[in-house]
Design a protein around this ligand. Sequence first.
Ligand SMILES: Nc1ncnc2c1ncn2[C@@H]1O[C@H](COP(=O)(O)OP(=O)(O)OP(=O)(O)O)[C@@H](O)[C@H]1O
Length: 261
Amino acid sequence: MDGRVLGLNGVTVRRGGENLLDGVDWSVLEGERWVILGPNGAGKTTLLNVASSQLHPTSGRAEILGEHLGGVDVFELRPLIGYAGASVSGRIEEDTPVLDLVLSAAYGYLGRFREEYGVPDYGRGRALLGHWGVGDLAERYFHTLSEGERKRVLIARALMSDPELLLLDEPAAGLDLGGREDLLRRLGKLAGSESAPALVVVSHHVEEIPPGFTHGLLVRDGAIVQAGPLDEVMTADHLSETFGLPLKVERDGERWTARAV
Ligand SMILES: Nc1ncnc2c1ncn2[C@@H]1O[C@H](COP(=O)(O)OP(=O)(O)OP(=O)(O)O)[C@@H](O)[C@H]1O
């Protein structure tokens, strides 16, 4: 795999006569922490769907964890990829207990089926929920949780199979200020951990870039505007081009802000 966790070459996704992604080239290496930023409809979720092996490109080549998408059994690949986003929460049935949801991640299910779990599995599931501050919710039904609690449970679930690549689609969306800051602190801690997988987080807001993130990918109209180390990517010019309005961008330590000028 030579340190490359994800490699996209000329990836195009075409639907209904439109290119949702248009010739995307992008690589993620072990240890990198990427944020993908772009306006509504830019193609961020489509990109994450390819990276998580849920969507095959119409043309181009996608390599995930050293395997060529199209030449590998995706059901063997998927447990190695942690994924959390609205497309997961939208498929969870009512009355799915939180702990079952987390445990079943190793099998790619969204709740218990017929699989058996051992004591270590229960231990790991509870430890992850505890680590993300939702340990006391293990016995609750997922649909009874608040938005902030759901986000943290889904991240714990995404980490259950000890993935090599973790993809989070808008983890801070819908959170209040305290909830957002708490989540960013936890994601920052994960980013700083040497044992953490390669991380990719999608967001609409530069304020939601967790501390410790290293790289940025700016997307607009299905194409990459800029990709590279955060310091180089996060300029007013690049972000203004990406979001289609003149922006002032400021950095305070490891956090960023942007506003229209
Ligand atoms: N199956 C599909 N058929 C046709 N168009 C689609 C399909 N799926 C997505 N699109 C379109 O592709 C574009 C990119 O969608 P995508 O969800 O990837 O964007 P996004 O950057 O994640 O947007 P948002 O920030 O609003 O979530 C949008 O214009 C969307 O309407």
